[in-house]
Design a protein around this ligand. Structure first.
Ligand code: GLU
Length: 562
């Protein structure tokens, strides 16, 4: 395969050049292959990875991509690992990776190997941090140079700019063909440049032909056909650090990744990547390019979920708002695989990890983010949790994001559990809570410290009716009553006040009554809670206790009497 020999260099020259450029490289590719052998996994097991750059910002799209990679590995008894792509030292932020990995861990996306959440590394295929892999990259850079597939480029930034501006009318832009000034330098010229101390990048000597096609099968999009790569892409930058392209080939080969799942901005680079894999003698990996998460805009428009414009683009948003991770995961799956909801209907209790995840069921145009749907999914999930679980999870959240609520919990854990247990664990549990930050408002009337009375009535419940009802009710209320006794007492208020205890009767002949038992209940409900809609009023009353109920009824009465 030495068809692309150029510049008068021959095989011996390439070897000399490789030695000249990489005198310190002693290891051989064969040694590395032996050091990182094919993984011993069962047939069909997939090895996937998430390769974050340490920016410190965990975009919902990163979590989404990480979840895809994680589930693909888990559903095949494979391996999911995390590799840190920190080759861009300028963008590096201290502690950023820990922040990102902690965010992923919240949603159960925990690596089997690679860079672990505490920042340590685990596994036999490391180092998993690119800045620690320079030596490994140089082994393969040397190999390509020896074979004539890489050469040093001494072009300055100005020269590259000149090339760019001369290409205005070219179909293919970049460092290639006749524009690739350093492609054909002789060994002497190279030696001279090096002797002058000129900095150099290592470039691919692409064997590509503009008339050839690169055809590959994307796991999500199916067959993709593009022009073969002809660009002499940079493989090593002037500081010897690899570009994304070169590092991707070397790392995903040596780490034995079977499926590369990544953002679809990389599709354009696949011809280069396939070329690199082939020139390096690597087995090709499979690709699944994930479209960005979209969001509707206006009536019909769509745009990418944006870090700048949308608070929900940051994973911290869901954590701060207190969406349970279970709910976010469940929701993500609904937008990740189009058949997930059907599966869920017939597998209500099943672990999400047992869902047979399928690339083909992913949207090629981008999953659509929908806050209303997330809220709905979350409400459903929370409604099926036991009160103890709601308390445990929301208390954990409150300690970080609502100390006032945490303090209320701490005063009496049994009480808050009982409050959150109202109308739970029955056939139709209420769905008032979609996230932990809803709880303070939801339970506020159960705590004198945060209860803000409001005496606004609705329906037939007028202030006049309220005065009459409350006066009587204060006399007969007894916290020790059973639910039936309690309700009988409320019904007993109706007739003397010109109302009916029978709602049907009222509906048949509304003019004949001042209201019905529902209106009387509203008066009591509003007096006790400041709301017209609450969970079971009897349960609320029982928890508030005799004294507090009487106090609140009295206050309400005083208010309406004014
Ligand atoms: N570090 C790359 C990025 O953040 C990862 C791409 C990949 O997964 O290969 O875009």
């Amino acid at each position: 395969m030495l068809i692309c020999m150029a510049g008068g260099l021959n095989l011996t020259d390439y070897k000399k050049l490789a030695e000249l450029l990489f005198p310190d490289v002693k290891k051989t590719p064969e040694e590395l292959e032996a050091q990182f052998p094919a993984r011993n996994l069962k047939e069909g097991a997939r090895v996937t990875r998430l390769a974050p750059s340490p920016t410190g910002f965990l975009h919902f799209g990163n979590l989404f991509a990480g979840t895809v990679a994680y589930r693909i590995a888990k559903s095949s008894d494979g391996v999911f690992f995390v590799r840190v792509e920190d080759t861009d030292q300028k963008r590096k932020i201290e502690g950023a990776i820990e922040v990102m990995l902690k965010g992923l861990e919240t949603y159960g996306v925990t690596p089997d190997e690679g860079v672990m959440t505490d920042g340590s590394e685990k596994g036999d295929y490391g180092p998993y941090t690119q800045s620690q892999r320079k030596e490994i990259y140089h082994v393969f850079a040397k190999l390509l140079t020896e074979k004539g597939f890489a050469y040093p480029c001494f072009c300055s930034a100005e020269e590259l700019e000149e090339i760019r501006s001369s290409q205005e009318n070219e179909d293919i832009k970049g460092y290639w063909g006749k524009f690739a000034k350093c492609r054909n330098l002789s060994l002497e010229e190279i030696e001279e440049n090096l002797a002058q101390g000129k900095t150099w990048t290592l470039r691919l000597r692409s064997p590509g032909d503009v008339n050839n096609k690169c055809i590959f099968e994307d796991m999500i999009r199916g067959k993709i056909e593009m022009q073969e790569n002809v660009i002499d892409a940079v493989l090593l930058k002037t500081d010897g650090i690899p570009t994304y392209h070169f590092a991707h080939a070397v790392d995903d080969h040596l780490m034995r990744t079977t499926h590369v799942t990544r953002g679809d901005e990389w599709i354009a680079s696949v011809p280069l990547h396939i070329q690199l894999f082939k020139l390096l003698g690597f087995k090709l990996t499979k690709y699944a390019h994930i479209a960005p998460i979209m969001k509707t805009e206006g009536e019909t428009g769509k745009r990418k979920l944006s870090k700048r414009k949308d608070p929900e683009a940051a994973v911290t948003y869901y954590i701060e708002e207190g969406f349970p991770s279970e709910a976010v995961n469940e929701y993500m799956m609904t937008i990740m695989n189009s058949n997930f909801e059907d599966w869920r209907k017939t597998n209500k209790e099943a672990d999400i990890n047992s869902f047979p995840f399928n690339f083909k069921k992913m949207s090629a145009s981008g999953a659509l983010f929908d806050m209303v749907k997330l809220t709905d999914v979350s409400k459903n999930i929370i409604s099926t949790m036991k009160a103890e679980k709601v308390v445990a999870l929301s208390y954990e959240w409150a300690k970080g994001y609502n100390q006032k609520l945490a303090a209320l919990y701490e005063k009496d854990m049994e009480y808050i559990t009982a409050v959150l247990n109202i109308d739970r664990e029955n056939k139709k549990p209420r769905k008032d809570i979609s996230k932990w930050s809803d709880i303070e408002n939801y339970v506020s009337y159960m705590f004198d410290e945060i209860f803000e009375p409001s005496y606004e009535l609705c329906g037939n419940a007028t202030a006049e009716l309220a005065v009459a009802a409350l006066e009587k009710y204060l006399e007969i209320f007894d916290c020790a009553d059973t639910k039936d006794e309690w309700f009988e007492k409320i019904k007993s208020l109706c007739e003397p006040l010109g109302c009916t205890a029978n709602v049907k009767e009222y509906k048949q002949n509304p003019e004949a009554f001042k209201g019905h038992v529902g209106d009387i209940s509203t008066v009591i409900r509003v007096a006790l809670t400041g709301r017209t809609n609450t969970p079971d009023l009897y349960a609320i009353t029982a928890l508030l206790g005799q004294q507090r109920v009487k106090e609140r009824l009295q206050k309400a009465l005083d208010f309406y009497k004014q």
